[in-house]
Design a protein around this ligand. Sequence first.
Ligand code: TYD
Length: 203
Amino acid sequence: MFITFEGIDGSGKSTQAKALVAALEAAGKPCIWTREPGGSTGAEAIRKLLVEGDPDRWSAETELLLFNAARRDHLEKTIEPALARGAVVVCDRYVDSTRVYQGVARADLREVVDLIHKTMIKREADLTFIIDIDPETSLTRGLARKSGEDRFEDMGLDFQKRLRAGFLDLAAQYPDRCHVIDGAQNVQAVERAIWAAYQGALS
Ligand code: TYD
């Protein structure tokens, strides 16, 4: 099973992706944690180009191609081999981030995003958790962290609001795969909601 975590910057999805991996390991399920952009040596090198530096460093179109180059390498080197040996793959961000960041919030490129995905990547997640949170809360969390990887956080509150709306629209487009989880709850409550949805997806 290929499980992805999505949400705006600072939504808590990274913590939750790691918590799910820990719960799967405790249940004796072979699994890996991975992330985008990144997740393989080549894709991590592309990640540095994407997340560091000036917000205007790349156009949305160039960004889209870089994300897909990284994704293709990640898929070939990490995701497909893990799925082939029967592991559950838990990935922090995947194509839904591209659909929303490059497809809707940064630019109106949704059709191009889907076209590139269909021809060059092909694989969709089996199960997607969208951690939903108010952008004002998430931005405070994200910027408080100041990781040096703040290029997207630096695009501002309106941008984060467009992202949130984009993720909620996406959940409505893919109701079978996407579960919207209220990220304003405490961490344990979010974990329980995710575990319950995972169990539901298995049965
Ligand atoms: P990430 O490291 O997950 O950031 P965070 O921990 O703040 O959520 O992702 C880096 C940034 O890249 C993030 O702001 C979202 C953006 N991004 C896109 O714009 N398109 C994509 O396809 C992906 C995977 C990420």
